[in-house]
Write a protein that binds this ligand. Structure first.
Ligand SMILES: [Zn+2]
Length: 270
C-alpha cells in the first residue's frame, strides 16, 4: 500500500508533483536574465542544496497519480493558471472574491507541499495533519482557521522563493500557547503568505487573530492584502506598495512578534 500525501493509503502509484507548476516556470523563464533556474536550499545559514534546471525543480514524489494528474492538475491548469498569470507577471487586474478563494487554496497547497519537498533528513515533523490534508483533498479550500495574504513583489529579484518558519508562542497572562506556522512563497511578482496557528493544548488549528493578536506593521498595511478567510470585496491589483526581497523576508519574521505572545523554546514545558 502506498501513502498519498493528500488522500492517504492507496494502491495507486506515487508520482512526482511540482510545488511550482511547470507553467509558472514557462511564464518566468528568460525574464530574470537566464534561461534556466538556479536553486538554493538553505537551513539557517547553511546551504544544503544547489542545482540548476530549466524548470523550477522543487518536487515531491508523494502524491498518487489521481491526486496529482487529475485533481491538482485540473485545479492548477484550468482554474489557477488564468487567475494567477497576471499576478505572477505583475499586471493590473481585479481579483474577484471567488478568485480569492482559489488563490488561497493554491497558496495552502504550496504551504502543505513545501513541508515535504526537501530531502527526508532535512525535514521537520509536518505541521499539517493527515486529516487536514484529506479535508483539503475533499474540498479544495483552505481550513477556515488559516489566514492567507498576498503581496506584490518587485521585478528583477528572484523568480521564486519560499520560506517556512515555525514558532512556539506563549501568552503570559493566561498561559495559552500555540505553534505558529508561517510559510511565504513567491512566483514572479506574486507573493503569498499562509499563516496557521495550532493550540498546543488541543492540537487543533485556531484562528490566528482572536487567539493570536496580530497586526500589520508599517509598510505591510499598504502592501499586504488579506484574501482568506474570505472577504466579500474585490482586490485591485497591484496594492499601493510593492515588496522588495528584504520586505518579503521581514514579512515572514514580522509575525514572530505577535502582541502579548512570547517565543518559547520547544522543550520548556508549561
Ligand atoms: Zn492521492
Amino acid at each position: 500500500m502506498n501513502q498519498c500525501f493528500f488522500c492517504g493509503p492507496t494502491t495507486r502509484p506515487l508520482t512526482e508533483e511540482h510545488v511550482w507548476p511547470k507553467w509558472v516556470s514557462k511564464l518566468l523563464r528568460g525574464k530574470y536574465g537566464s534561461d534556466h533556474f538556479v536553486h538554493i536550499r538553505s537551513t539557517g545559514n547553511d546551504t544544503t542544496g544547489y542545482w540548476k534546471s530549466p524548470h523550477l525543480q522543487v518536487t515531491t514524489e508523494s502524491l498518487c497519480d489521481e491526486c496529482n494528474n487529475v485533481w491538482l492538475g485540473n485545479f492548477e491548469n484550468l482554474v489557477i493558471k488564468p487567475i494567477a498569470t497576471p499576478l505572477i507577471l505583475g499586471g493590473e487586474t481585479l481579483i474577484r472574491p471567488a478568485d480569492q478563494w482559489q488563490i488561497a487554496a493554491w497558496a495552502y497547497k504550496m504551504a502543505m507541499l513545501l513541508e515535504i519537498a526537501m530531502p527526508a533528513e532535512e525535514r521537520h515533523q509536518e505541521f499539517y495533519k493527515p486529516t487536514e490534508r484529506r479535508q483539503f483533498r475533499n474540498e479544495t479550500i483552505p481550513d477556515e482557521h488559516v489566514r492567507v495574504f498576498l503581496a506584490n513583489c518587485q521585478y528583477g529579484q528572484e523568480p521564486a522563493h519560499a520560506h517556512q518558519h515555525l514558532h512556539t508562542l506563549r501568552r503570559r497572562d493566561d498561559g495559552f500557547s500555540c505553534q505558529l506556522k508561517i510559510c511565504t512563497a513567491t512566483a514572479g511578482c506574486l507573493g503569498m503568505q499562509i499563516i496557521a496557528a495550532r493550540s498546543t493544548e488541543t492540537g487543533q488549528l485556531v484562528y490566528a487573530s482572536t487567539e493570536v493578536e496580530m497586526e500589520l506593521l508599517g509598510k505591510a498595511k499598504r502592501a499586504i492584502v488579506p484574501i482568506w478567510p474570505p472577504t466579500n470585496e474585490g482586490v485591485r491589483w497591484p496594492p499601493a506598495e510593492g515588496m522588495t526581497q528584504q520586505d518579503i523576508e521581514d514579512w515572514t519574521e514580522m509575525w514572530s512578534k505577535a502582541e502579548g505572545m512570547y517565543p518559547q523554546p520547544p522543550d520548556s514545558a508549561a
